[in-house]
Ligand binder design. Sequence first.
Ligand SMILES: Cc1ncc(COP(=O)(O)O)c(C=O)c1O
Length: 423
Amino acid sequence: MLLKRRERSLGAGAELFYRHPIQLVRGQGAYVFDETGRRYIDFYNNVPVVGHGNAHVADAISYQQRTLNVNSRYLHEGVVAYAERLAALHCPRIESFVFSCSGTEANEVAIQMARLATGRRGILCTDAAYHGNSDLVGRLTNVGRTQPESPDVHAFPFPDLYRPIADGLSEQELEDAYLAKVQDAIDRFEASGVGLAAMLICSLFANEGLPNLPNNFMARAAEKVRAAGGLVIVDEVQAGFGRAGRWWGYEVTGFQPDIVTLGKPMGNGVPLSATGASRNLIERFRGRTDYFNTYASSPLQAAAGMAVLDVIEGDDLVGNAAKVGAMLKEGLQGIAANDPHLGDVRGRGLFIVVDVVTDRKSRKPDPERAVALADRLKELGFLTAAAGAYKNLVKIRPPLVISKGDAASFLEAFETARHDIGG
Ligand SMILES: Cc1ncc(COP(=O)(O)O)c(C=O)c1O
């Protein structure tokens, strides 16, 4: 049995989705197929942003690997052209890039860059964040929930209009209340002498649960950070490359970063990530660190990244994310209106969550029901998973090539699934 062999070879505890895990052998576009040939429509995977098995990306990778792949210490037209093309897609502050191989590494570089630029060490994050798995970046995971604050990492509660920190406040009052928490964390850095180097946040608060935000929270939080001499690092590892119906999540939530980190969908599966900033910040980092990363900034990475941009632009996948995403969200909101366990449906573009609760009034998270819903959807042929700060969200995040027809089938299946589990 493959499961037993996996436990022996990889060690038990290597997580798998679903009560009865599935074995996948092939993917095409938004579809994946198991070992019996059964098709599933993928409503979960964000890395294959331009589709599973995309021929344009696969051909580009294959051509580059057959032609040349070397480390970053040689001049190469493709690498430079790719960095130029990425910069042109960002706000003017983002001019140059350091390439790496994972979101974790991109965030490591960003933190070091901010510390070198400011001469201070304090990093501000939310209390339900995930930005990577290294010793340094891992210290930003769930701070105040599953691990304590450290002298150089302080957290503030992530802003959320559905489960706010205080009841009975208007949106404006809530915005002020959440911003007071940000200021409080900044002040604690000042008081301890550590000082603020940067705030590192996901532009959509993806791992926190895609909360709806008070309108000006992001712009005002960024102002507070800059007023204290810190830099704003935006993690676009999940939110970037069109996911939310705009190229970058920060365009959706309305603010501009000093440093941006990119990853996951960037190479459609080829390990490719980047830290972008002004030329000045990048050069100060390079001057002080001699940063080298064996597989990064290579012709192979650039070929994969370029091919992904070709498809996103050529097939208007950002537009598709906005269109199909709006249809999905509206459909799910209609379904949720009839089910007391589906408390909220929110998100942007093709990044949507259904907030599963014991009942509408208490809004108490119901992770078991969310898992049951994802399991039933899988049995019906649709891949999703449970996630979020309370593990009670059904997370919907398909490759951006998903069609309106597949979205319509998903809505039918969702209605069936919620009914089948006793909605
Ligand atoms: C928002 C965010 N940032 C960073 C990371 C880390 O990326 P990687 O797993 O490529 O190191 C993740 C991974 O899930 C993520 O969701």
